[in-house]
Write a protein that binds this ligand. Structure first.
Ligand code: MN
Length: 279
């Protein structure tokens, strides 16, 4: 049965701004994610597929997606201030930020800007790693630490982590200290029970995926979910998703290029989710 315009209520679409954050100097093992933003954009805009999300949103052609370009960063100096400022500027324009990392350290300055706009805020974090180290190899700003900084600074009221499969006693203690809700990979099925009653910022580390699906990451951790499993969480979790990031894609570790397509697929579905107020 076809639906006429008269039967379909107007949907309020939010603008979404892509922001590249080409930074990987906080990486602890391999460099490479700084090169990811243009590679993700190329796959996202490729003529090999159309721009529609599975949820029925014309992400590329519907007029709600704009590209805010890349944050201009000097890798050697303070990168957090320009990242925070770029996200602040997107929020000030009324758009919802969708950030393309970069390593995971970028989420901390992004959240500083997002928190100012959203006094009630939850984080949904998909990752093989909890990134809760107080410090990693002496670096408190390492990509292994952003969620410790975020919770110390009370940049979120609630942090829900999904897909984690690298916990150790220190990280368990940190999760307890900050009241983090950790759904390990072993308990993945519990992810279908998550729901939020505050605005939600979602942070997707590409290494949450099993490396069979997404080998192009710096820390391959087998035993992860499929692309479909991740899309199901992103699409079905109740809550108003107001911003997000897709980080840690490392093109230098992606010989077949498939991870670029995985990252772009997640960006497309996440963009659609940010554009609509509800799942
Ligand atoms: Mn990770």
């Amino acid at each position: 049965m076809s639906r006429s315009a008269a039967e379909t209520p107007p949907v309020r679409m939010h603008s979404v701004a892509l922001l590249g954050i080409p930074y990987d100097a906080a990486s602890s093992f391999l460099r490479g994610p700084a090169a990811a933003p243009p590679v993700i954009r190329a796959a996202l805009l490729s003529d090999s597929t159309n721009g529609w999300s599975e949820s029925g949103i014309d992400v590329r052609g519907g007029g709600a997606l704009r590209d805010a370009g890349d944050v201009a960063l000097d890798q050697g100096s303070d990168v957090r201030a320009p990242i925070e400022s770029a996200v602040q500027s997107i929020l000030g324009s009324g758009a919802r930020p969708l950030c393309l990392g970069g390593d995971h350290s970028v989420t901390y300055p992004v959240l500083r800007a997002v928190r100012r706009q959203y006094p009630r805020l939850s984080l949904l974090h998909l990752d093989a790693h909890s990134d809760l180290y107080d410090a990693f190899e002496g670096d408190r700003l390492s990509h292994a630490c952003p969620f410790a900084r975020i919770m110390e600074e009370r940049l979120a009221d609630r942090l829900v982590q999904v897909g984690i499969r690298t916990m150790n006693p220190h990280l368990e203690a940190q999760a307890d200290r900050f009241g983090v809700e950790v759904i390990t990979m072993d308990d993945w099925d519990d992810a279908s029970e998550i729901s939020f009653d505050t605005p939600v910022y979602v942070s997707v580390d590409i290494d949450v995926l099993d490396p069979a699906f997404a080998p192009g990451v710096s820390h391959r951790e087998p035993g992860g979910p499929s692309v479909r499993d991740v899309l199901r969480v992103l699409r079905r979790t109740p809550g108003d998703f107001i911003g997000g990031d897709v980080v840690e894609f490392n093109p230098a570790q992606d010989p077949t290029g498939v991870t670029a397509w995985v990252a772009a697929k997640i960006v497309r579905e996440l963009a659609a989710r940010l554009m609509t107020a509800t799942p």
